[in-house]
Write a protein that binds this ligand. Structure first.
Ligand code: SF4
Ligand code: SF4
Length: 180
């Protein structure tokens, strides 16, 4: 779902899941979700929001409070957070905003709602041990410049470390329909 759709489209009654906020309140990191009184400090101090016309952590928190489960989980905005924790440090209500976003991302990932770019990076980590596949051309260029070969990635070790945390399953999972 695009940022504009997620935040500006009128809310339909059937979109509201009244249980969502209570579910989130029981999850580690989002226990204080309901304490948010929408002061906007998180947004005003967020370094990502400063450079975006649409990314607003306060809005994400509000969407979660309102029970807009599908809208928030399918939103691109979730994936813009840089996890710097400034919002968490500054929130006057001690809402762990960055952790709430992590919880929402985990729920989105379980549904396969992960932006394609991150899925590809994750698949590359599993396959090569690197987030990006190093193009052969660049490897050759290093040689011509007399640079030492890059260290070999260790995808077996990566896969072993990630066993049991659903990462591999999430990468393989086909996502639910996203609007982008
Ligand atoms: S700073 Fe805290 S209380 Fe204020 S809008 Fe953000 S989450 Fe809500
Ligand atoms: S943790 Fe995310 S939402 Fe919070 S201030 Fe940093 S970038 Fe913004």
């Amino acid at each position: 779902m695009t940022e504009a759709t997620a935040t500006k489209e009128p809310i339909k009654a059937y979109e509201i899941d009244p249980k969502f906020k209570y579910e989130l309140s029981k999850m580690h990191g989002s226990e204080k979700l309901l304490k948010c009184f929408q002061c906007g400090t998180c947004t005003s101090d967020c370094p990502v929001a400063r450079f975006s016309d649409t990314y607003r952590p306060r809005t994400i928190i509000r969407m979660a409070q309102l029970g807009l489960r599908e809208r928030v989980l399918k939103s691109d905005t979730l994936w813009l957070c840089a996890a710097c924790f400034t919002c968490t440090d500054r929130c006057p209500q001690n809402v762990e905003v960055a952790s709430v976003i992590r919880v929402l991302r985990n729920l989105a990932a379980e549904k396969g709602c992960v932006p394609q770019v991150f899925k590809e990076q994750a698949a590359s980590v599993l396959e090569t041990g690197y987030a990006y596949k190093i193009p052969e051309l660049r490897v050759k260029k290093r040689e011509t410049q007399g640079l030492p070969p890059l260290p070999k990635g260790n995808p077996e070790s990566v896969r072993k470390s990630l066993k049991g945390v659903k990462f591999i399953e999430v990468v393989a999972k086909k996502g639910e329909q996203r609007d982008q």
